[in-house]
Design a protein around this ligand. Structure first.
Ligand SMILES: C[S@@+](CC[C@H](N)C(=O)[O-])C[C@H]1O[C@@H](n2cnc3c(N)ncnc32)[C@H](O)[C@@H]1O
Length: 182
């Protein structure tokens, strides 16, 4: 074939790039809970992930065991529908991740309001520990540090409510609600 000639795929046949894209799993948003210490919050977050099709990473140590009855009561039977992965440490969590996908930290120390941020479909939204947020190395490892603006003088939102607000915006922006709804 002449070097300038380009082989045309048959009609209806995928180009190699399209075939590869079709074979790859679609990028997926995740929630990561850093050392959660309140089992009811973890249960609510796992339920949120189950309902919205968002896997949840739990980065240990936790202030409770995953069989805790308070977690099971908050998560109810949704726990069985959840995709839940436990990691022994932050280092183990990082080692489990592929090269793609950003860490997007929610923090009361953030300066960028979450609704001004452009989310990607493979972002992992990282939530801090109820008692202490996250240590400086997690701030440094994150591609963005987002805040939910609040009235002056008030400390923070409940972690599960913060996650629900931001995950809702992230799924809306990326058209990744179950059923493909924006
Ligand atoms: C109870 S708050 C922790 C407060 C902690 N003293 C701190 O400074 O991060 C638990 C987690 O919920 C999330 N969060 C709560 N309110 C938030 C807000 N207004 N903006 C961003 N994240 C928030 C953060 O991930 C936070 O680490």
């Amino acid at each position: 074939m002449h070097p300038a000639a380009v082989a045309k795929p048959e009609l209806g046949a995928a180009t190699p790039r399209l075939a590869r894209l079709a074979a790859e799993p679609p990028p997926i948003m995740r929630l990561a809970l850093f050392q959660p210490d309140i089992p009811q919050n973890a249960g609510a977050l796992i339920r949120l992930g189950a309902c919205l099709g968002v896997p949840v990473d739990i980065i240990e140590p936790c202030g409770f065991v995953l069989s805790d009855r308070r977690l099971r009561r908050a998560g109810m039977d949704y726990l069985e529908s959840a995709e839940l992965i436990r990691h022994a440490s932050w280092a183990a969590f990082l080692a489990s991740r592929g090269p793609e996908g950003r860490l997007v930290l929610l923090t009361t120390a953030g300066t960028l309001p979450y609704h001004r941020f452009t989310f990607a479909p493979d972002d992992t939204i990282v939530l801090g520990r109820e008692s202490a947020g996250v240590p400086p190395e997690i701030h440094a490892a994150s591609a963005a540090r987002l805040i939910i603006p609040m009235r002056p003088g008030l400390r923070s939102l409940n972690v599960a409510l913060a996650a629900a607000m931001v995950l809702g915006e992230a799924l809306r922006q990326t058209a990744r609600f179950p059923g493909g709804e924006e």
